[in-house]
Design a binder for this molecule. Structure first.
Ligand code: HEM
Length: 218
C-alpha cells in the first residue's frame, strides 16, 4: 500500500516538477548511478542529517520491519522470534554499520562517484560470504522497502507537501541506486586469484660455486 501510494505521489511530483523546476531537468545531463541530479544530491546532503536527527532510530526501525517481513532474513541473522529481535546482537551491529555506510555515501555523493560505486560493489561482493548463512540478494529489496517505510513515517514529523515528496523521491532513487550496485558486486564473477610464483634469483655465491643451475627462492 505504502509503496503504491509513493509511486502515485512520485508520478504527480515528477509532473509538477517538470513545469516548475526546469534547471533540475537541465541538470540531468550529469546523472549517475542514483539518477540523481546535482540539486537532488544537495537536497540529500542537507536533509539526511536532519532526518537522522529527528529520528535517530530510523535504521533500527527499518531492520525491525525487515525481520518482521521475512522469516528467511530472521533465520540468516539467527533470530528465532520477533520478540527477541530488538536484543539480537547481529541485528544491532548491522543497524549501526549499515547506517554509517549510507551516511558516508551521502557525505561523498557530490564529488567522488567512482569511489562510491566501487565501495558499493565491494560491499555487495563481501555479502557472498554470508550465502552459507542463507543470505540472498532479494533481502536487500526487502530492506530497501522497510527503510523507505521508516523514512516515509519519519518525514511526516517535520516535512510536508512538495518538500516531503521531493525528499522521499530523492531517497528512493538514492537507496535504489545503492542496492543496484550492491547487486552488481554480488553477482559479478569474482576475479580469479592467480597464485604468485616465487621469484627466482641467481645468488652471487651460487654463481661463484656453480654457474649452471643453482637458484634460490626470495
Ligand atoms: C543496503 C543494505 C545493506 C548494507 C549497506 C549492508 C552493509 C553491510 C556491512 C557494511 C556489513 C559489515 C561487514 C561487511 O563488510 O561485510 C554487513 C554485514 C552483514 N550483512 Fe549486510 N548490508 C545490507 C543489507 C543486509 C541485509 C538485508 C541482510 C540480510 C540478512 C544482510 C546480511 C548481512 C550479514 C549476515 C552480515 C554479517 C554480520 C556479522 O556477522 O557481523 N545485510 N552488511
Amino acid at each position: 500500500m505504502l509503496a503504491e501510494r509513493l509511486m502515485v505521489e512520485m508520478g504527480g511530483l515528477l509532473c509538477s516538477r517538470r513545469s516548475i523546476d526546469k534547471d533540475v531537468l537541465a541538470d540531468r545531463v550529469s546523472v549517475d548511478i542514483y539518477k540523481l541530479c546535482k540539486k537532488e544530491k544537495r537536497l540529500l546532503q542537507q536533509e539526511w542529517p536532519r532526518l537522522l536527527a529527528y529520528n535517530p532510530n530510523i535504521f533500527r526501525n527499518a531492520w525491525m520491519k525487515t525481520v518482521h517481513r521475512s522469516s528467511s532474513i530472521k533465520r540468516t541473522l539467527g533470530i528465532v522470534t520477533d520478540e527477541e529481535a530488538p536484543r539480537n546482537r547481529c541485528l544491532i551491529r548491522l543497524s549501526t554499520v549499515v547506517e554509517s555506510f549510507f551516511s558516508r555515501i551521502v557525505a561523498t555523493i557530490t564529488y567522488d562517484q567512482p569511489a562510491v560505486e566501487e565501495a558499493c560493489k565491494q560491499l555487495g561482493a563481501s555479502h557472498r560470504q554470508y550465502k552459507s548463512r542463507g543470505f540472498q540478494a532479494i533481502f536487500w529489496d526487502i530492506f530497501m522497502l522497510s527503510l523507505m517505510d521508516a523514512i516515509e513515517l519519519s518525514t511526516t514529523e517535520y516535512l510536508s507537501g512538495s518538500a516531503r515528496l521531493r525528499m522521499l523521491h530523492t531517497c528512493q532513487k538514492f537507496i535504489h541506486g545503492i542496492v543496484e550496485q550492491l547487486r552488481v558486486g554480488y553477482f559479478e564473477e569474482p576475479t580469479p586469484v592467480v597464485p604468485r610464483l616465487p621469484k627466482l634469483s641467481l645468488t652471487e655465491s651460487a654463481l661463484n660455486k656453480d654457474r649452471t643451475s643453482q637458484f634460490s627462492c626470495e
